[in-house]
Design a protein around this ligand. Structure first.
Ligand code: NAD
Ligand code: DAU
Length: 344
C-alpha cells in the first residue's frame, strides 16, 4: 500500500509516520508537509533514510500541485493531519485556518476522488463538540453530540468534518473521521500547554495559566492516538466517526503542578494571566464506540504518560531548545507580553 500522510512533520503526524514506517516495511509512507512554523524535519530524523519513507514539501491547499502529486504517486490511503492547530493563533489570525483546514481538506478529497483513493481519513478533534460544564462530570462527548464550536480553530475543523461527511454521502468517497482529545508526548511544539510548561519551568521562567486554571482537558498519549488511527484504517467502517480518549481528565492547574513536582521546581513560578477569549471549560470523550467496535484500549494513563513525556523533553533538549531560540521567541513575546504584565 502507498499511504499519504499529510502534516507528518508536525507533532501527531510525526509520531504516526514513525509508527507506520517501522510497523509496515512493505508499505510506502509519503509525508507531505508545508513546513510551517509547526513543521520540523528534525522530528523525522529517525526514519528519514528508510527505503519505505519519502518526504515532499508542499501545501495541501495548492490544488494544481496536489492533483499532480496524486496523479504521479497513485496513493491507496490518505491520512490528513495537516492543519493549523493552535487555538490561540486562530484567535489572532483566523484566515489561514480557513485556508488550510477547510480548503486544504477539500483539495485533498477532490484529488482522492479523482485518483480513486481507497480510504481518506480525516484527523479531527473533540473541540468540534464545543465544551461541557464543570458541574456536570457525568456528561461526555459521544459521536452523536451535536457540533457546537467556540473558536475559529474548532469552527474550521468542524467545517472540514462536515465536508468530509458530505463527500461520503454525495460522491461515495470512502472516508473515516477520528475526533480525539488533547494529545501529549514526544515532539510536541512548545506553544502547547505541556511542552510550554516543561520548557519554561526548566528555565525557571514564569508559567502563564489562563484564568483560574480550572479548565479541564482529557489527556491522551500521542502513541495511543496513533494506534487508534492505524486500527481505524484497517478495521474502521467507512462513513463513520470514531471518538478517541482515555478518561484522563485534569484541570490545567493540576497539570502544571504535576510537572513542577516532577521537575522539582516551585509553584511560585505560576502566573495566572488573562483568560483565552471563548475558553472552553471542559473536554471529556466517551470512547465506547472505538473500544467496543474496534477493541482499542489506551496503553498510558496520565501519571505514567506525563512522567515519560517529561523524561523525553529532558533527554531531547536539542529538539526543543532549537525551536524556542528561533522565531518562536517573537511569538511568545507577542502572545504573552501584555498578559504577563497584568494579573486578571
Ligand atoms: P501541529 O501543528 O504540530 O502540526 C501540523 C503540521 O501540519 C505541521 O507539520 C505543519 O507544517 C503542517 N501544515 C500546516 N499547514 C499545512 C499545509 N497547508 N499543507 C501541508 N502541511 C501543512 O499539529 P498536531 O498537534 O500534530 O495536530 C495534527 C492534527 O491533529 C491536526 O489536524 C489537529 O487539528 C488534530 N488534533 C490535534 C490534537 C492535539 O492535541 N495536538 C488533538 C486533536 C486533534
Ligand atoms: O482537544 C483537542 C485540541 O487540544 C486540539 O484540537 C488542538 O489542536 C490542541 O491545540 C489542543 O487545544 P487546547 O486549546 O486544549 O490546547 P492548549 O495546549 O493550547 O491548551 C490546553 C489548556 O491549557 C487550555 O485550557 C488553555 C490552557 N493554557 C494553554 C497555554 C498555551 C494555559 O493555561 N496557558 C498556556 O500558556
Amino acid at each position: 500500500m502507498k499511504i499519504l500522510v499529510t502534516g507528518g512533520a508536525g507533532f501527531i503526524g510525526g509520531n504516526f509516520v514513525h509508527l507506520m514506517v517501522n510497523r509496515y516495511p512493505d508499505d510506502q509512507i509519503v509525508n507531505l508537509d508545508l513546513l510551517t512554523y509547526a513543521g520540523n524535519l528534525e522530528t523525522l530524523k529517525p526514519v528519514e533514510d528508510r527505503p519505505n519513507y519519502k518526504f515532499i514539501r508542499g501545501d495541501i491547499a495548492d490544488e494544481p500541485f496536489v492533483m499532480a502529486l496524486f496523479e504521479k504517486e497513485k496513493f491507496d490511503v490518505v491520512v490528513n493531519f495537516a492543519a493549523e492547530s493552535h487555538v490561540d493563533r486562530s484567535i489572532t489570525d483566523p484566515g489561514i485556518f480557513i485556508q488550510t483546514n477547510i480548503q486544504g481538506t477539500r483539495v485533498l478529497m477532490d484529488a482522492s476522488r479523482k485518483y480513486g483513493v481507497k480510504r481518506y481519513h480525516q484527523v479531527s478533534t473533540d473541540e468540534v463538540y464545543g465544551d461541557l460544564p464543570l458541574d456536570r462530570p457525568d456528561l461526555y462527548f459521544t459521536e452523536e453530540t451535536p457540533i457546537h464550536t467556540s473558536s475559529p480553530y474548532s469552527s474550521s475543523k468542524a467545517s472540514a468534518d462536515l465536508f468530509v461527511l458530505a463527500y461520503h454521502r454525495t460522491y461515495g468517497l470512502p472516508v473515516t473521521i477520528s475526533r480525539c482529545s488533547n494529545n501529549y508526548g514526544a515532539y510536541q511544539f512548545p506553544e502547547k500547554l505541556i511542552p510550554l510548561i516543561i520548557s519554561r519551568a526548566l528555565a525557571g521562567e514564569e508559567l502563564p495559566v489562563y484564568g483560574k486554571g480550572e479548565n479541564v482537558r482529557d489527556w491522551l498519549h500521542v502513541s495511543d492516538h496513533c494506534e487508534a488511527i492505524d486500527l481505524i484504517l484497517r478495521k474502521g467502517r467507512v462513513g463513520e466517526v470514531y471518538n478517541i480518549g482515555g478518561h484522563n481528565e485534569r484541570t490545567n492547574l493540576e497539570v502544571v503542578k504535576t510537572i513542577l513536582r516532577a521537575l522539582d521546581r516551585p509553584e511560585s513560578l505560576i502566573r495566572f494571566v488573562t483568560d483565552r477569549p471563548g475558553h472552553d471549560m471542559r473536554y471529556a470523550i466517551d470512547p465506547t464506540k472505538i473500544e467496543t467496535e474496534l477493541g482499542w484500549r489506551p496503553q498510558y494513563n496520565f501519571d505514567t504518560g506525563i512522567r515519560q513525556t517529561i523524561d523525553w523533553y529532558l533527554n531531547n533538549r536539542e529538539w526543543w531548545e532549537h525551536i524556542i531560540s528561533g522565531e518562536y521567541a517573537n511569538y511568545f513575546d507577542k502572545m504573552y507580553g501584555k498578559r504577563l504584565e497584568t494579573n486578571p
